[in-house]
Design a protein around this ligand. Structure first.
Ligand code: C5P
Length: 301
């Protein structure tokens, strides 16, 4: 046990600069070549000692965040406690800034944050590998929320190889009204690809090279998201957002993960500011946020 009475962990959002999706596996998941980039929009998870497990949340759209044990942060505390034979008695407070159900791994960030916060609060001293294995049990994107930076995710996205990135990339994120359910987007992907021989997902060498070189122009030419057609099919209005961002001078735009957030790569910080302003005024999204990536993963404050 430590003598800390509260631990706060800051965890970033992610954008997928490449999301290559294979056919559905027998377990219902899809094999991926998933190039994750952690970006500077953050949730903060604070763990405090309590008589029993409790979750609270503040921030935009937290009326859509479950506060019971179905919250991934609560499940993270329970899994860690079970491994160490202790009671998961903790109050987890989530201060959310990552769009809820937005395709930016907000729920995964909260799970990784809760895990690291509880580990520090309880003094369980879990190894990095143990934490990563609990993350993988919690969800496909949770291991990346822990490590941050940039990484290639294979398997269902949980088998990570860190990637070198040669510079900051400047992004604008257009936040949509309402969320999209990730399982629903994968189901739509399956529907759109029924009868199609979906190729094995592979990371693009050109994309990995552009990341390594820190070359935004080159990266813009190879951004790709295999879930984009499915997200657009469920939310056709995103096409107008994508058009507005590119018309405002973004190098390229794509749907972030399973959406509905859209992500725009800009040439530099100044261009990102211009694109954000134009998107905010375009009436095609609720809000536009600028963020730089890569940034570190879950960090104790
Ligand atoms: O792993 P996670 O709980 O985040 O996945 C949520 C849902 O997204 C899964 O239940 C599945 O429907 C879908 N999914 C998938 N293939 C992946 C990752 C997620 O089909 N690689």
């Amino acid at each position: 046990m430590t003598d800390r009475s509260a631990v706060t962990v800051r965890v970033p959002a992610k954008v997928n600069v490449q999301l290559a999706v294979g056919g559905a596996r027998p377990d219902g998941f899809h094999d991926l070549a998933n190039v994750f980039l952690a970006v500077g929009l953050y949730d903060e998870v604070t763990a405090t000692r309590a008589a029993s497990l409790r979750v609270t949340a503040t921030g935009p759209d937290t009326d859509r965040v479950p506060l019971d044990r179905t919250n991934l942060a609560a499940r993270a505390a329970e899994l860690l406690a079970a491994r160490y034979g202790i009671a998961p008695d903790v109050h987890l407070h989530i201060d959310k800034d990552i769009p809820v159900a937005g395709g930016m791994a907000g729920g995964s960030a909260d799970a990784a944050g809760a895990l690291v916060a509880c580990d520090a609060l309880w003094g369980t001293g879990a190894s990095r590998d143990e934490l990563l294995s609990i993350c993988a049990e919690l969800g496909s994107d949770v291991p990346f929320s822990l490590v941050g930076g940039a990484a290639l995710g294979r398997g269902r996205g949980e088998l990570l190889t860190p990637l070198e990135v040669g510079g900051p990339f400047h992004w604008v994120f257009a936040v949509a009204d309402g969320g999209l359910s990730t399982p629903a987007v994968y189901r739509e992907f399956d529907r759109l690809n029924a009868g199609v021989d979906v190729p094995e997902p592979e990371a693009s060498p050109a994309l990995l090279g552009a990341l390594r070189a820190g070359d935004a122009g080159a990266l813009a030419g190879v951004l790709s998201n295999g879930l984009q057609a499915a997200a657009l099919s469920l939310r056709p209005s995103l096409a107008a957002t994508l058009e507005a961002g590119v018309a405002a001078g973004a190098l390229a735009g794509l749907v972030s993960g399973s959406g509905p957030t859209t992500a725009f790569l800009a040439k530099d910080a100044e261009a990102a500011g211009v694109v954000a302003e134009a998107l905010a005024a375009s009436g095609t999204c609720r809000a536009a946020r600028v963020a730089v990536g890569p940034v570190p993963g879950a960090t104790v404050l």
